[in-house]
Design a protein around this ligand. Structure first.
Ligand SMILES: Nc1ncnc2c1ncn2[C@@H]1O[C@H](COP(=O)(O)OP(=O)(O)OP(=O)(O)O)[C@@H](O)[C@H]1O
Length: 319
């Protein structure tokens, strides 16, 4: 076990009667790391966070946070937690809430709190019960980060935020992590996870199905390429190549005159494709952005055929 880990779980398991919410989770998150925590509804993400905070007791296994237990008030005050649903007495104002947490945490840095309120355009005098969903979420974000926590546990943090504030939230997470905070980011907003996370863990039915760096996952993404060829290819010849998932010849001319555009989806190495294409005269290769969402979703639903994302090809490939 690394002395520098902010989260360490060992065979962490939680059953609710017959429901196996979390099964044998072994997870280690380093200090300063942002871990994207993904999975379909009911996969066990919230259960994990609640176990880390000792809001739930494990059926078996252990969870350690910041070198101690989430049950220890000294450890707890170094953690920031944003629950998926903020349950606050509607008569409270954001200011009341921040005062309350400030007292629990041994004081807040007032300048930092004012900066947060300004960045999230939040009026601290309004009662929580009068706020819109997005504004309540903002109160939750400010409350979770007002003490510059060493560990941030975020459960679907940006749901309900408008794009500008999502951007502000992302900048805040990056800043805190750059200052050494560890972040567990449970989210259904895949592009946000892609943007922020160093590594991504994916849960399915309570089990960890993969944990990998974002770059490593990107390499697992299928490649989508258009080959602009001097001679018209026979798609069947390409479809026979093991790594080719889809092969389609676009009718009409290539960009350089008569010829064709061969559109391919490749899973794995592109070497065999280039060998087969070489005799046809490759005049141009257009490669499309790797679609990481598709990789995530394949882990979510391994048995389901995930439809290819809309192609990013410009009109040039079409006739
Ligand atoms: N207090 C509870 N009592 C009984 N079952 C529970 C309880 N809390 C969670 N569960 C069950 O445990 C499983 C995991 O739930 P959890 O809330 O951790 O999933 P999640 O990954 O956070 O889902 P979502 O993305 O929908 O928020 C689900 O089947 C859920 O119904």
């Amino acid at each position: 076990m690394s002395a520098h880990a902010a989260i360490v779980t060992t065979a962490l398991t939680k059953h609710f009667g017959a429901v196996h919410a979390l099964e044998d989770l072994n997870l280690e998150v380093s200090r300063g790391e942002i871990l994207g925590y993904l999975g379909p509804n009911g996969a066990g993400k919230t259960t994990t966070i609640r176990l880390l905070l000792d809001f739930l007791r494990p059926t078996s296994g252990t969870a350690r946070v910041l070198g101690g237990s989430g049950a220890d008030p000294e450890v707890r005050r170094r953690i920031g937690y944003l629950p998926a649903e903020l349950r606050i007495d509607p008569r409270y104002t954001a200011s009341d809430l921040l005062d309350f947490y400030g007292r629990l945490r041994g004081g807040h840095d007032r300048r930092w709190v004012s900066e947060l309120l300004e960045r999230f355009d939040l009026d601290p005098r309004r009662r929580v019960g009068e706020l819109s969903t997005g504004n309540r979420r903002k109160v939750g974000i400010v409350a979770a980060t007002a003490h510059r926590p060493e560990l941030l546990l975020l459960d679907e943090p940006s749901s309900g935020l408008d794009p500008l504030l999502q951007h502000e939230f992302q900048a805040l997470v990056r800043e805190l992590a750059a200052d050494g905070a560890t972040v567990l980011l449970s989210s259904h907003v895949l592009p946000e996870v892609e943007l922020l996370a160093h590594r991504v863990a994916i849960l399915r039915e309570g089990r960890l199905v993969t944990i990998a760096g974002v770059e490593e996952l990107r390499r697992q993404a299928r490649q989508r390429i258009d080959l602009h060829l001097e001679q018209r290819p026979r798609p069947a010849a390409f479809a026979e190549i093991t790594e080719v998932v889809e092969a389609q010849v676009m009718t009409g001319n290539g960009p350089t005159g008569p010829g064709a555009v061969l559109r391919l989806v490749i899973d794995g190495s592109a070497a065999a494709v280039f060998n087969a294409a070489a005799p046809l005269g490759v005049v141009r290769v257009v490669s499309h952005e790797a679609d990481l969402d598709e990789v995530f979703l394949r882990y979510y639903h391994p048995d389901r055929d995930i439809p290819a994302a809309e192609s990013t090809t410009s009109g040039e490939a079409r006739s």
